[in-house]
Ligand binder design. Structure first.
Ligand code: ADP
Length: 481
């Protein structure tokens, strides 16, 4: 059985305890034993990061560029293998796994470039003979806590900017998917990172995550996960002395509006992809399909046909469109919401059955609810599974109102051929990201990612905007004489 250790201070450090990583497409298959860290491991990792910080934060942009670029090259060269590692532990299909691995490589390349582009500003003072400079500096030791649904892209989009701007890192991936982050950290180490700059402590949120939060030498936290955990961590960051800077990416209940004038093919493709691909386990999933009444029945029929044709099977099997749900707990949650929806009076139009395949896994047929009211729990709470709710509305105005009537505000989409509605929706949607004739999920890596309301807190992630979080600004005044 393969055993995977933590990376602390540039060394692989075996854990006193390990946990088994299981393949959700075949629960008989154990991927490996992964270290389950302790508070003491976190203390050693933070100390190593703190010790590495003075030298790392003063490296030249070229040195940081070279390391990130080298790591990017290896990730891209090994994308098939990394994609397989990812799909095997998370359950998204291989094409998505490889795509995500490639994205991690592209992110590393983008932030390699950002090392060279980081600039300050120089302005004249309002007082005579004085110059004013605004520069950006690294924050220090940054804690990164990541979820299971994007096992390599999210670690990459937090690690890459953290390192590019001169910070040192302690990262804790989600317990269900440690292998992908382990592989990424291994690549970065072999790309020339000095000891202690990047530390990986795998294990439980309540142990490892908690210890990261409690450590006074952790200056900042970037978190992606559930709303409940995010709130808890935010409170801990504020209660700390000194307070920790924090950034949270949490849930979504993303609306996709389909208007009467939509291109039906585009609308159906956007809905099927947005709601069900990656097993619906994306915070940007199109979980509320808000459809105007004249197109409603045609849309539901066409979407049902499309969804019926989707193959749910082993993530690594060629021909699968949708892999299994990630684990038993998430499967139970999906089934619970199917029951809640039925009890609330929604109609389970299609799907929602547990499926048996050649191997034991958490296979769930995509489920489409119709006759959903926006006040029902299945329209308000994030299910995080292949379950979508169709909400019928009268017209565009009602569609927009329903789309915005949610505590979340991550992504929102509209399918229409009318420029007036598309433009109005972009302007008036209360979401951080708006899509026209596209699924609510599926974003570029070089532009900001993030939401509003209960979905997100703090500066945006990704693209050049990432520097808002991973640097702090210094204003210097010089008497020119
Ligand atoms: P999910 O429902 O996606 O598992 P969580 O918010 O529970 O969302 O988990 C996201 C990440 O936060 C994981 O890496 C998890 O281990 C971590 N985590 C969970 N609870 C805590 C906690 N109390 N302190 C720190 N990290 C935590």
């Amino acid at each position: 059985m393969a055993v995977f250790s933590n990376f602390i201070g540039g060394e692989q450090v075996a854990g006193t305890q390990t946990v088994r990583n299981i393949n959700p497409s075949n629960t008989d298959e154990v991927i490996g034993e992964f270290a389950s860290g302790t508070a003491a491991d976190v203390a050693t990792a933070v100390a190593a990061a703190k010790a590495a910080f003075p030298a790392w934060s003063r490296t030249t942009p070229q040195e940081r560029y070279d390391i990130l670029k080298k790591a990017s090259d290896e990730v891209l060269a090994r994308k098939e293998e990394l994609g397989r590692i990812l799909s095997r532990e998370e359950g998204k299909i291989l094409a998505e796994g490889i795509g995500e691995a490639a994205r991690a490589g592209q992110i590393l390349a983008f932030f390699a470039g950002e090392c060279l582009r980081l600039a300050g500003e120089n302005v004249p003072s309002v007082r005579p003979g004085i110059g004013v400079e605004m520069t950006r500096e690294a924050i220090g030791v940054v804690a990164l806590i990541t979820p299971w649904n994007f096992p390599i892209a999210i670690p990459a989009w937090k690690i890459a900017p953290a390192l590019a701007y001169g910070n040192c890192v302690v990262i804790k991936p989600a317990e269900l998917v440690p292998h992908s982050t382990w592989a990424l950290v291994d690549i970065l180490h072999r790309s020339g990172l000095p000891k202690g700059v990047l530390n990986l402590v795998m294990g439980k949120g309540s142990v490892v995550g908690q210890a990261m939060l409690e450590h006074p030498d952790v200056a900042a936290l970037s978190f992606t996960g559930s709303v409940a955990t995010g709130r808890k961590l935010a409170a801990a960051c504020v209660a700390a002395n000194p307070m920790k800077k924090f950034q949270l990416e949490m849930g979504g209940k993303n609306p996709l509006v389909i208007l009467d004038d939509a291109d039906l093919e585009v609308a159906v493709a956007s809905a099927a992809n947005g709601a069900f691909f990656s097993t619906g386990q994306r915070c940007t999933a199109s979980s509320r399909l808000i459809v105007t009444e004249k197109v409603h029945n045609r849309f539901v029929d066409a979407l049902t046909e499309k969804v019926k044709a989707l193959v749910v099977d082993d993530a690594l099997k060629l021909g699968s469109h949708i892999g299994p749900v990630v684990d038993q707990a998430q499967f139970d949650q999906d089934e619970r919401y199917l029951e809640i929806g039925r009890k609330e009076g929604a109609k389970l139009h299609w799907g929602g059955e547990r499926l048996n395949r050649a191997t034991p896994g958490f296979y769930l047929q995509p489920a489409l609810f119709t006759e959903v009211g926006n006040s029902m729990r299945i329209a308000r709470e994030e299910i995080f599974g292949p379950v979508a709710a169709v909400i019928r509305v009268k017209d565009y105005d009602e569609a927009l109102a329903v789309a915005n009537d949610t505590e979340f505000g991550l992504s929102a989409g509209i399918c229409t051929t009318n420029l007036k509605y598309a433009t109005h929706f972009k302007r008036n949607s209360e979401a951080g990201m708006v899509m026209v004739n596209l699924p609510t999920a599926g974003v570029d890596y070089h532009v900001p990612f993030g939401g509003r309301k209960a979905s997100s807190f703090g500066p945006r992630e990704q693209g050049a905007y990432a520097r808002e979080f991973y640097t702090m600004v210094k204003t210097s005044y010089t008497l020119a004489g």
